[in-house]
Ligand binder design. Structure first.
Ligand code: SF4
Length: 521
């Protein structure tokens, strides 16, 4: 029987069906952990709520927008700034957070007047920003405030502004994933088709499910622009509100994070006939295949191949350097949703790491199925873990590193398991060829940091050996390597810049002549 029962959860027997160990030759379909169900009472979840999923994950990366929560300030604070989805407009959406700050009296007497005065005050405080998203919370949903009516009232009074309303209170689903779905469909229903964009290329895409964590979107857009592709909109990292209103004019939806944004792609196909193509920006091989697929779709695969050849030649020697030093290291891959299957196989194939466990907080069974199929035998896969299960798993598996969010990450640090933030990164961007090597460098730095040895010393004792100098990372990582590998002229450490984005933001691209008659206004 492949189901795994955590000792700490024997008092919650329903948890057993949420964890499996991938055994040799076992039938995956009969052993898939349950997923995307309400958290079992008694198990303390690490999930976020549906409001958080709508606002924090998908809404707020839109850059030229006042994002206002209609609810208690605590909801707003919980969804502010912990994810580094930067933007090229000086990070406006990260710098400020807005809330109507509902109190008990508003719950009793209603908060619509409060909301309207907050909307007006926010537009007055930032006169250059003419776009707003308003997010419902549990409190404003329970008392029945009509956010759409208030937004319309303001738009009637101020024709220069445009407001989007997202009705996704915390209780609108078992996890943040419920909010992803709600905001996808709300955006499509309210805003897509209300703005006509300028078309400047024969090849026009929406880049969907990409949130520009530490610049990922800007790195990927660089490849698209080098291929002569117009990125009409990005849903939503570094994305502009009005560009996203024009999504209906794209020729292709290029989908990165299917878990959070496949809904809008599927509906754009139904309503506007725009096909969906799933891609992956992480790892040399998956990224190369992705650009090739897009190139094939438009008949410009030669442009994709030229980028693949150039980038691979530039960065492969550096990936190889890290691969030699990471081979066989054990990793717990515990991100939120789709990274478990974006990363599981490619961490193994390209960095030599062994993925000993995958988990997901808000993924669905399909995410688990893909993730498990890409793991090695013996991997522990579990859904919606509680903190004690995470600890028990780390004690059992003894990973060399854990890739996860900050809550389990901080727990891991306490038991001296190195942790990298799989949600907001440590030193991203991690997409692109350079980004993938930067990620390998971050993993290497985490695993071989001399601090772990020092942290094990009991400094209250006098008998600490003081004669030995501190060991460096390279001393630790290269101790068991052959001289041939150590001195290889074909491999080198990461040579990328700390800030690779400044150059991208000022870059100009070759003009590809349009085959169609003229640019369409
Ligand atoms: S569950 Fe409700 S009250 Fe809690 S953060 Fe989410 S919206 Fe706010």
């Amino acid at each position: 029987m492949p189901y795994h029962e955590f000792k700490c959860s024997t008092c919650i027997p329903e948890r057993k069906q949420h964890a499996v160990i991938k055994g040799p030759g076992e039938d995956l379909t009969s052993a898939l952990p349950l997923g995307y169900l309400s958290t079992i009472p008694g198990s303390i979840s690490e999930r976020g709520c549906a409001y958080c999923g709508a606002k924090h994950v998908i809404g707020v990366p839109m850059k030229d927008v006042i994002h206002l929560s209609h609810g208690p300030v605590g909801c707003t604070y919980d969804t502010w700034q912990t994810k580094r989805y930067i933007s090229d407009n000086d990070n406006f959406q990260l710098k400020y957070t807005f809330a109507s700050d509902m109190k008990e009296k508003h719950v009793v007497f209603g908060a619509e007047k409060l909301l309207k005065s907050n909307i007006l005050e926010a537009f007055k405080a930032f006169p250059n920003i003419k776009r707003m998203s308003i997010y419902q919370t549990c409190a404003s949903a329970l008392i029945g405030d009509d956010l759409a009516a208030i937004a319309q009232e303001v738009m009637d009074e101020m024709p220069e502004v445009d407001i989007f309303v997202c009705n996704s209170p915390g209780f609108a689903g078992p996890s943040q994933s419920g909010g992803h779905h709600k905001i996808n469909i709300a955006w499509l229903n309210q805003k897509v088709g209300t703005f006509e964009p300028k078309i400047t290329s024969d090849y026009v895409i929406n880049y969907v499910g990409e949130y520009n964590i530490q610049g990922d979107q800007e790195v990927m857009s660089d490849f698209f622009k080098r291929m002569g592709i117009q990125v009409l909109s990005t849903f939503t990292g570094n994305g502009s509100y009005d560009d996203l209103r024009g999504m209906h004019r794209a020729h292709l939806n290029v989908l990165e994070c299917a878990r959070s944004a496949e809904y809008i792609c599927n509906e754009l196909r139904v309503r506007y006939g725009i096909p969906r193509l799933d891609i992956d920006g992480f790892g040399f091989e998956p990224l190369g295949n992705s650009l090739r697929k897009i190139g094939l779709f438009f008949g410009i695969e030669d442009r994709a191949q030229a980028i693949i050849d150039e980038e691979t030649a530039r960065w492969k020697p550096e990936l190889d350097w890290y691969r030699e030093r990471l081979k066989g290291k054990k990793v717990c891959l515990w991100p939120g949703g789709s990274k478990l299957w974006h990363w599981a196989h490619v961490l193994h194939e390209e960095m030599g790491l062994d993925v000993v466990s995958v988990y997901t907080k808000f993924g669905h069974q399909g995410d688990m199925e893909k993730g498990i199929s890409r793991c090695e035998e013996g991997a522990l896969a579990f859904d919606d873990p509680n903190e004690l299960e995470g600890l028990e798993a780390m004690e059992m598996l003894k990973p060399d590193i854990i890739l996860t969010g900050k809550r389990p990450g901080e727990v891991a640090k306490k038991i001296r398991v190195p942790y990298l933030n799989a949600h907001a990164y440590h030193n991203g961007p991690w997409k692109g060829w350079e980004g993938w090597v930067r990620f390998a460098r971050d993993i290497y730095n985490a695993i071989y940091s001399p601090i772990h040895k020092l942290a094990l010393l009991d400094i209250s004792k006098d008998e600490i050996p003081v004669g030995k100098a501190v060991e460096t990372q390279v001393m630790l990582s290269d101790a068991d390597l052959s001289e041939e590998v150590r001195a290889s002229p074909d491999m080198r450490q990461f040579t990328g810049k700390f800030d690779g984005l400044a150059a991208l933001r000022g870059k100009t691209y070759p003009a590809f002549e349009m085959k169609t008659a003229a640019a369409v206004e």
